[in-house]
Design a protein around this ligand. Structure first.
Ligand SMILES: O=C(CO)COP(=O)(O)O
Length: 262
């Protein structure tokens, strides 16, 4: 069985004080002895260091929400994968729909970032997902296939599988854009269908072993009330949680729903 993976994407929310308090509450609930589920929080960049301190005595991993593809140099305002690794970041979220649709990132940009992040020893959570118009036009699979092959272009299965005991693997997140922050969740059946499609594409492009090992998270209005039925789907290996990750009261029941699966 693939180890479930629940991640909280805090997006551009919290303050230094409230972020650290939230991290502390999550860390307390997931001590190092509870490692059957991977749990991660991805705070805003300026709070990575203080959140990392709060997570020190827990099994909770640290995530970042973006990076640039260059190591260093004259790229004002950007942050390299090496800098994130230096701050103990385990995984970086790449290709989130907010970066694709608000910040204009292309599959080509995302591919450069995925390649650079994996090369720097970071794990990558690569987000893919269709808009409502694309779903209604029957283009969901086409969009998912394009974003997957675009994001992973030029990468071989052994670069995506992660090292022994390391967190430098590829994780996918299926996040239908119409379900993000809207309260509209994909039904468990819709999520399962998209996840199974993505796993099939991974098998076609990178082989059965990688497809069987790769975790695919679902993201889009995941809440304590719907987490268990989503996580029960055979190809749903975790959740990428936005709004509900901003309070321990909402995030921890989702984490517990994942523990209940193992
Ligand atoms: O975008 C998301 C996580 O990356 C999902 O956000 P919500 O859980 O707020 O819908």
């Amino acid at each position: 069985m693939r180890r479930p993976f629940v991640a909280g994407n805090w997006k551009m929310n919290t303050t230094a004080a409230s972020g650290c308090e939230l991290a502390r509450a999550i860390a307390e609930a997931v001590p190092t002895s509870r490692d059957a589920v991977d749990v991660l929080v991805a705070p805003p960049l300026p709070y990575l260091d203080c959140v990392d301190d709060e997570l020190a005595k827990s099994a909770v991993m640290l995530g970042a929400q973006n990076c640039y593809h260059e190591k260093e140099g004259a790229f004002t305002g950007e942050v390299s994968p090496q800098m994130l690794a230096d701050l103990d970041v385990d995984y970086v979220i790449l290709g989130h729909s907010e970066r694709r649709h608000i910040l204009g990132e292309t599959d080509e940009d995302i591919n450069k970032k995925v390649t650079a992040a994996l090369a720097a020893g970071l794990g990558v959570i690569l987000c893919v997902g269709e808009t409502l118009e694309e779903r209604e036009a029957g283009q969901t699979n086409e969009v998912l296939a394009r974003q997957l092959s675009g994001g992973l272009k030029g990468l071989a299965a052994d670069q995506l599988a992660g090292g022994v005991g390391g967190n430098d693997d590829l994780v996918l997140a299926y996040e239908p854009v119409w379900a993000i922050g809207t309260g509209k969740t994909a039904t468990p059946e819709m999520a399962q269908e998209a996840h199974a499609f993505l796993r099939g594409k991974l098998a076609e492009g990178w082989g059965d072993d990688l497809a069987a090992a790769t975790r695919i998270q679902y993201g889009g209005s995941v809440k304590p009330a719907n987490a268990a039925e989503l996580l029960a789907q055979p190809d749903v290996d975790g959740a990428l949680v936005g709004g509900a990750s901003l309070s321990a009261e909402n995030f921890l029941p989702i984490v517990e729903a994942a523990f209940a699966q193992v």
